[in-house]
Design a protein around this ligand. Structure first.
Ligand code: ADP
Length: 570
């Protein structure tokens, strides 16, 4: 490790390894496989770049980010590391030259896309090359449970197994769910892997959630960006058309914005990405196609114009802010329509190629749970940071990786301990004594909920009424019927079904829209479950019993208080 520390200082100019990096580096140096789960910006690259210098032979880095490889190689070369990449952007002649030089031991590190591993010329090279290690970046792409499944990742396991001398394998990802981690271990064939899960907290990020009517969203975004005109930021939208609309709108307002989504030509994507990274266009408006592997340190805000499909996707995208450790803002604007869009995307995914109907349904069920957690994040009146850390913490604590060729944890997740005080009891982070929170080197900036930027309305009575109604309807009807019955609606269909005779009929005077929201909140919190499909039905969720307990209470967030004009966001 002495040598590794010396390389870290002399080549990269860093005084010390960050949490997690040391565990990964020492495992690799000892010849062990590793699964490293570290949040975006934690410094995963160093984990394989340092061993690449210290160890004999060449480190092979498998990455899906072809468009970034040239930049990555330039960066390692600046650190005096002999790096190369091999991908389809090179001419066949250049590719042959790179392979020839690699065979002669000219490189410490080589980046390749997963598709390359199946190329016979490359396989031939790999059989004779001395490989120090194989690093699989964005390793969650191997799993259908992850956000970015790529079938080409499935060939990595076979490639590794085909090597005559098996080098240690490092799988790196920011995705923490237990299912994805199991898949990584299984599908890459990791053996007795050291599993390191580092803290997911990003103390310099401040989180804010605001519910806005679709018509209000642009005005709110304008206000938010106007407070940060000199800064660089990313605006994520769910759909390509929204990217176009928002980007045009910002440009009309004189903001140097650019755009990125899968509908643009590779050329334009590359150009726009570069313009953003070089600060020529400091605002990037994009779908989730943008950002994997982007290392732009001065992004000081990430605004979501729509609700993403999961807390993981959200945290990964929001985590692109503040990578230099400076204070940064993560704002999520959402409306009811976003939930519908999320559900629509899940349904669409059922056409996933190569999956049996049964498998597709399993994937859909998992996606639904992920979306519910995201909806919960939007609705919660508790600490947003704690909500996120609990989400990842739960995944990380569930140490049930497969026993055969499984993994042992070498660095415990410390976040959960840090974040243990129950945020629902209303103790904001700023009030936490620092002794309790030794990891907060930058002062902890928390969230809009801890800062009280919302109005909570007690909806316990409405929630109880809904639970009673769902019980009476035995999970055979949808949201609209539940609400109609409660409000005593005089409709033909209620009469036809005999629902007007139920004791719960007409027992609530609450607004229709509020009851609809409370149904969603109950579903997000697991008291109710809403099925998918054309006619979603409302039934009981796993926590339904808790709603019958005497201390059950539920509050819902209202549209945030309007800030005074000109008052700067902190
Ligand atoms: P990830 O791949 O985990 O998102 P990167 O490898 O791109 O993160 O690293 C994020 C940033 O952290 C980079 O700017 C990198 O230079 C910096 N960094 C990595 N390791 C250290 C370290 N030990 N000390 C200081 N800065 C570091």
């Amino acid at each position: 490790m002495e040598q590794a520390r010396a390389v870290l200082a002399s080549r990269f100019g860093y005084d010390a390894f960050r949490p997690g990096q040391e565990a990964v580096v020492s495992a690799l140096l000892a010849g062990r496989d590793v699964l490293a789960v570290m949040p975006t910006g934690a410094g995963k690259s160093v984990c394989y770049q340092v061993p690449a210098v210290v160890m004999e032979g060449m480190a092979l880095v498998v990455s899906p980010l072809v468009s970034l490889m040239a930049d990555q190689v330039r960066a390692v070369q600046e650190a005096g590391i002999r790096g190369a990449y091999l991908n389809s952007t090179l001419t066949p002649g250049q590719q042959a030259e790179v392979l020839r030089r690699a065979a002669g031991g000219a490189y410490d590190l080589m980046y390749v896309a997963p598709e390359r591993l199946a190329d016979p010329r490359f396989a031939e090279f790999a059989r004779t090359a001395q490989l120090a290690l194989v690093a699989v970046d964005e390793a969650h792409c191997v799993s259908q449970w992850g956000q970015d499944f790529r079938p080409s990742y499935l060939s990595i396991g076979d490639f590794i197994a085909s090597l005559p001398v098996r080098p240690p394998v490092a799988a790196l990802t920011a995705t923490a769910t237990d299912l994805v981690r199991r898949d990584i271990v299984r599908l890459l064939g990791l053996q007795d892997a050291a599993c390191t899960v580092t803290g997911f907290d990003r103390p310099n990020l401040r989180f804010a959630v605001e519910r806005r009517e679709p018509k209000q969203k642009l005005a709110r975004l304008d206000e938010f960006i106007d407070e940060r005109r000199a800064e660089s930021g990313i605006v994520y939208c769910a759909k390509r058309a929204t990217v176009e609309e928002v980007c045009d709108h910002l440009r009309e307002r004189g903001i140097a914005a650019t755009r990125y989504h899968a509908g643009l030509s590779a050329d334009e994507r590359e150009r726009n990405q570069r313009a953003f990274v070089n600060d020529e266009a400091p605002v990037m408006v994009a779908t989730n196609a943008f950002g994997m592997g982007i290392d732009k340190s001065n992004v000081s805000y990430v605004a979501h114009f729509n609700m993403p499909g999961s807390v993981e996707a959200y945290y990964q995208e929001a985590g692109r802010a503040g990578r230099d450790g400076s204070p940064a803002e993560c704002l999520l604007l959402w409306c009811d329509g976003d939930i519908a869009t999320g559900r629509f995307f899940i349904e669409q995914e059922s056409t996933h190629e190569g999956l049996t109907a049964e498998e597709a349904e399993v994937v859909r069920a998992s996606r639904r749970r992920m979306l519910e957690s995201m909806v919960g994040y939007c609705y919660t009146t508790g600490c947003l940071r704690a909500y996120i850390l609990r989400y990842f913490g739960e995944g990380a604590r569930d140490e049930t990786l497969p026993p055969q060729g499984g993994a042992t944890e070498v660095a415990p997740n410390d976040d959960y301990a840090v974040c243990a005080p129950d945020p629902r009891r209303g103790r904001p982070w700023s009030a936490l004594p620092t002794e309790e929170n030794p990891t907060s080197s930058p002062p902890k900036r928390c969230c809009s909920n801890c800062d009280g930027e919302f109005e909570a309305v007690d909806v316990t009575a409405e929630a109880r009424a809904i639970m009673r109604c769902v019980q009476a309807l035995r999970g055979r009807f949808g949201k609209t019927t539940v609400v109609d019955v409660l409000r005593g609606a005089d409709t033909e269909s209620l009469r036809q079904w005999g629902l007007v005779n139920l004791p719960v009929y007409g027992t609530s005077e609450a607004r229709r829209a509020l009851l609809m929201e409370v149904v969603e909140l109950l579903a997000a919190d697991g008291y109710l479950a809403i099925t998918e499909g054309k006619f979603p039905l409302v039934g009981f969720g796993p926590r339904y019993r808790e709603a019958a307990e005497p201390d059950f209470a539920l509050s819902i967030k209202q549209t945030p208080k309007v800030r005074k004009k000109g008052a700067a966001a902190q």
